[in-house]
Design a protein around this ligand. Structure first.
Ligand code: ADP
Length: 294
């Protein structure tokens, strides 16, 4: 199984003619509530890819329908607890040109404690993987306790923040970052410099750097594996990284050859960028198989 300690957010999406100004009351022309959060997106991608995924997280009881959405997608949500704190949510204004402005509230995502982590890791087997991002509390406990139990640890430090550098990063087996996160983590800008830091200072773990439409690189021991992105007409790159991670890890955690797993990740995320939205843009396994057969 893959145990994902991750955020569950409710995205409140408001269409507006322009971003609201100080002191202004602005009527929205359209409103939609969507399930979001990097954690939930990655769990959905894992489930769509056919993985046995357990989500560990927290939402307010009034928002149980969002948990149901995850369950319907095939995610085991027994580790999703009800919190008295409001659910994590984002207030998203979208203008006609597609620009957005976002207010984010971590809420229930920040109520995960070391105790939650301990309990979630009680019933695991040595072939299990643990995955986490940077949108929930007690990440240091997740990394440390998972390593102590000799589980494989995958970490996607997104959204990146300075606090990531203080985490027990030596517990990680697989680091997955995009270019921005890689630059912030290594304090370098040029890709060559970034790669050198990872090769010199991160040799304890495997590193995947996703490069948007330039594809993906994986540092694995002394090997560097490169896979090109598929050429598609991108309309919305939201959740590209989440889709990649879910599809890659689903394959890799079941011992698929690294290059093949990277190709599956790239194919799934290429499909996702041709569709609007986050969770609803993540393709099914059948769609990915069909895409790769072309
Ligand atoms: P994030 O969404 O975390 O910023 P990236 O932008 O690096 O991550 O995208 C993740 C993966 O999605 C890439 O490695 C690539 O395989 C795929 N991808 C992203 N943008 C495109 C695109 N325009 N065309 C094809 N594939 C893409």
């Amino acid at each position: 199984a893959i145990i994902n300690f991750g955020s569950i957010n409710i995205d409140h999406v408001y269409q507006v003619d322009h971003f609201v100004q100080p002191g202004e009351t602005l009527a929205s022309t359209h409103y939609q509530q969507l399930l979001g959060g990097k954690g939930a997106n990655q769990s959905i991608a894992l489930a769509q890819a056919g993985a046995d995924v357990r989500h560990v997280g927290s939402i307010h009881e009034n928002d149980a329908t969002f948990k149901q959405t995850l369950i319907k997608k095939g995610v085991d949500c027994r580790g999703v607890k009800c919190s008295e704190t409001p659910s994590g949510h984002a207030i998203i204004q979208v203008t006609p040109s597609g620009e957005n402005a976002i207010v984010l509230f971590g809420g229930a995502n920040q109520t995960i404690t070391a105790d939650t982590v301990n309990k979630a890791l009680l019933d695991t087997s040595s072939s299990d993987w643990v995955l986490t991002q940077n949108e929930t509390s007690s990440i240091a406990d997740v990394l440390r306790l998972a390593k102590e139990q000799q589980l494989k640890v995958a970490f996607n430090p997104a959204p990146m923040s300075e606090s990531v550098k203080a985490l027990p990063l030596d517990c990680i087996d697989l680091l997955i970052v995009n270019e921005t996160e890689a630059a912030a983590l290594t304090d370098k800008e040029a890709l060559d410099d970034i790669l050198n830091v990872f090769k010199e200072q991160w040799s304890h773990c495997e590193v995947i750097i996703t490069l948007g439409k330039a594809g993906v690189m994986m540092l694995r021991g002394s090997d560097t594996i490169e896979v090109e992105a598929f050429s598609v007409d991108a309309v919305d790159t939201t959740a590209a990284g989440d889709t990649f991670i879910g599809y890659f890890l689903s394959a890799y955690s079941t011992h698929t050859d690294a290059k093949r797993a990277l190709i599956r990740g790239c194919a799934a995320s290429a499909i996702a960028v041709t569709r609007e939205g986050a969770a609803q843009s993540i393709p099914t396994q059948k769609e990915v198989d069909r895409f790769l057969a072309k």
